[in-house]
Design a protein around this ligand. Structure first.
Ligand code: ATP
Ligand code: MG
Length: 570
């Protein structure tokens, strides 16, 4: 391709709203343009990268037995009502009506669509396992679309769904996808971790998030440098922290005027924060009050609270009225003596002794609280409900955990029978019995992967593409394209590279060399081949490696060979 025929509008400035470097660079390098909040057009260079990522995904899905299909984006409400998700999906789902008033949604995901497709077609165990996928636009009316392609309202997702006879089969499909995902992100040149993730409402299954490590990421992950453990902060299981044994003192109520925060109480009573118990009051969808208790220096993990209370799906901050009705008061809550609430106590709290906790009345606290003595064990739920913190012991090997941030580019789940049961998707097994499918679902955000790659690979001059997903692998730049000799020479090399299978661009624009070089660096082609008057004289070709900034000189005769070799390393 020649640059004079390429639509690649580069800019000096990025839009004011762009916070992330990837968002800025995608704009400036002419990869995307915004149509409205969270809606983007992909320009030729951006689309070339997207297509390369999609091709890598296709190859890896196909290698594991995946078959590509394409389902409708517009989905009838009926199937969502049948699964029960029409009501629970909420405002994120973009809904519409046809001319007859029938309800539809723009697909945010396709479990319902694929399960209803399969239930009417796959009838025998002989047809299993089946893995079907598509690469398609998805629609989610995100509360805060931001960061360009990272969190948009229309985005390209690869979604694959597996159908198996039994749990063993489902786990095999899951492992295949785990491998395929690892290969996809490796081939895209990303530094990532597969982290154990929360499986949402689907109990007992597995889930991993594939997270690209980047300080700007929205996910927080805990990982161990000693073993391979990594988990999202929502999920990371924690060991019980043993408190040192002490002589137990009798429970006592003391006055604590205006001490409605842990900070104030600890200062007033002059105790270390690890000796305090703090409370967070939540309300669930059924307006049940849920009081969660953790050590003063720990934070409550809402997802873990949800997972530990049967029937809880969402949590909201509880209002004062609800707290009062339960017989306590905000700022002074404790599990000692409250009746009208669900009480969830972190496992580490249960091992504390002589601690400080609220007295369920204004301006008063208990001291010398010893949970296993003073709490009514029958009435409380004891669980791991706290957030992981840097330095917590690794649940696998005990080494101190580290925390880092990342961008979730893909997630895989075992779904079990969740959808096949509610949507009644059955097959006939070998022994003649009717069974429901064991399913899995597996998603990759294609645009987010492109954004994450830029987030991880850039410098002050622009993007630094890995060869596999660069819009072009090599750019050939005649320093002065007005000089026919230079242009002809450059064109020759361009043709030779193209013949050798290199994805190459000829920058034949009659711009100043400086302008073209700046664009090359901004767009981030892995190699730039410069054709200068010097090259014509000496027969030496200069090649710039974008990632290292290194300049190499190759002889005219074998320069194509050398460039091919060099590309293999990028
Ligand atoms: P998030 O937690 O970031 O909102 P999610 O868990 O809702 O994502 P999934 O349903 O697991 O996302 O979707 C699979 C993949 O699709 C994600 O891993 C991500 O790469 C991508 N994705 C999800 N939402 C968006 C979005 N709004 N914009 C761009 N990509 C997205
Ligand atoms: Mg996810």
């Amino acid at each position: 391709m020649k640059a004079t025929q390429l639509y690649a509008p580069t800019l000096r400035e990025s839009p004011a709203e762009a916070e992330l470097i990837s968002h800025k660079l995608m704009y400036r390098a002419g990869l995307i343009r915004k149509a409205a909040g969270g809606l983007y057009s992909y320009l030729p260079l951006g689309w070339r990268t997207i297509k390369k990522i999609m091709q890598i995904i296709r190859e890896e899905m196909d290698a594991k037995g995946g078959q590509e299909i394409m389902m409708p984006i517009v989905q009838p409400a009926e199937m969502w009502k049948e699964s029960g998700r029409w009501a629970v999906y909420g405002d994120e789902m973009m809904r519409l009506k046809d001319r007859h008033g029938r309800e539809f949604a723009l697909g945010p995901t396709h479990e319902e669509m694929i399960t209803t497709l399969i239930r009417d077609e796959v009838r025998s165990y002989k047809q299993l396992p089946v893995m079907l996928y598509q690469i398609q636009n998805k629609y989610r009316d995100e509360i805060r679309p931001r960061f360009g392609l990272m969190r948009s309202r229309e985005f390209i997702m690869k979604d694959l769904y597996s159908f198996d006879r039994d749990v063993d089969g489902m786990n095999i499909s899951y492992d295949k996808m785990y491998d395929a995902y690892s290969r996809v992100f490796e081939r895209c040149g990303l530094k990532f971790r597969a982290v154990e993730a929360d499986n949402g409402a689907i109990g007992g299954g597995h889930s991993h998030e594939f997270t690209v490590l980047a300080p700007s990421g929205e996910s927080s992950i805990a990982y161990c440098e000693n073993c391979n453990f990594a988990a999202s902060d929502e999920k990371a299981e924690l060991k019980i922290i043993q408190s040192a044994p002490e002589e137990l003192k009798p429970l006592e109520k003391v006055k604590t005027p205006d001490c409605h925060t842990i900070e104030l109480v600890k200062n007033f009573l002059n105790v270390p924060i690890e000796k305090t118990i703090k409370a967070v009051a939540f309300m669930d969808d059924d307006e049940r009050l849920i009081l969660a208790f953790v050590r003063g220096d720990h934070e409550v993990n809402e997802i873990k609270v949800i997972n530990s209370v049967e029937g809880a799906n969402h949590l909201y901050m509880a209002g004062d009225k609800l707290i009062e009705n339960a017989g306590t008061v905000a700022g002074f809550m404790s599990p000692i003596g409250i009746l009208n609430a669900i009480i969830v106590v972190d496992q580490s709290v249960m091992l504390m002794s002589n601690a400080v906790a609220g007295a369920n009345e204004i301006d008063a606290h208990f001291i010398n609280v010893t949970p296993r003595r003073d709490f009514d064990a029958e009435k409380i739920i004891v669980a791991d409900i706290r957030m992981v913190q840097e330095g917590d012991p690794c649940p696998h090997c005990g080494s101190p955990l580290k925390m880092t941030r990342g961008i979730e580019v893909g997630q895989i789940f075992t779904l079990g029978k969740k959808y096949s049961e509610t949507l009644n998707a059955k097959f006939l097994d070998e022994d003649g019995s009717t069974k429901v499918f064991e399913m899995g679902c597996y998603g990759i955000g294609v645009g987010r992967t492109m954004a994450a790659a830029i987030e991880q690979n850039n410098d002050a001059d622009g993007i630094i593409w890995t060869r596999a997903i660069a819009p072009f692998e090599v750019v050939v730049v005649p320093v002065n394209a007005k000089d026919d000799k230079q242009l002809a020479f450059a064109e020759k090399i361009y043709n030779e590279l193209q013949k050798s299978g290199v994805d190459v661009l000829l920058d034949d624009r009659k711009e100043r060399a400086g302008v073209k070089f700046k664009d090359c660096d901004l767009i981030g082609y892995p190699l730039r081949v410069t054709i200068s008057p010097k090259a014509l004289e000496s027969g030496n070709i200069e090649v710039k490696v974008r990632r290292t900034g290194e300049f190499l000189n190759f002889a005219r005769e074998n320069c194509v060979e050398k460039i091919l070799e060099l590309l293999k390393t990028l």
